[in-house]
Design a protein around this ligand. Structure first.
Ligand SMILES: [Zn+2]
Length: 103
């Protein structure tokens, strides 16, 4: 698992809990990822569409792709910030760590 962390003191697997972050929305995260697939679908539609509606599909694909390019770095930064603030607790020696300490 990508998020798995081990205790620096005793090596056992750490438990974590995410802080409640109102600015982080899992739904929005998924929506931004969907933009990429929407752009791809629109691109395919553009390739197969009759010529009179082709330009619309091309324009929509471009808009979806541009929005994805614009929003994706923000989403990444937000996810990284969330991981850095995540609290980890060792079940064996009861030490606590912040995500930033373990990176
Ligand atoms: Zn430990």
């Amino acid at each position: 698992m990508r998020d798995a962390r081990h205790c620096p003191a005793c090596g056992s697997l750490l438990h974590f809990e995410d802080p409640s972050d109102p600015s982080f929305s899992a739904l929005r995260f998924v929506a931004v990822d969907l933009l990429r697939w929407a752009a791809l679908a629109l691109l395919l539609a553009f390739l197969w569409a009759p010529s009179e509606v082709r330009e619309w599909y091309a324009a929509l694909a471009f808009v979806a792709f541009a929005a994805w390019l614009y929003l994706r770095p923000r989403q990444r930064a937000q996810a990284a910030r969330l991981l850095a603030h995540r609290r980890y607790r060792c079940p064996r020696c009861q030490r606590e760590y912040a995500g930033g300490d373990l990176a």
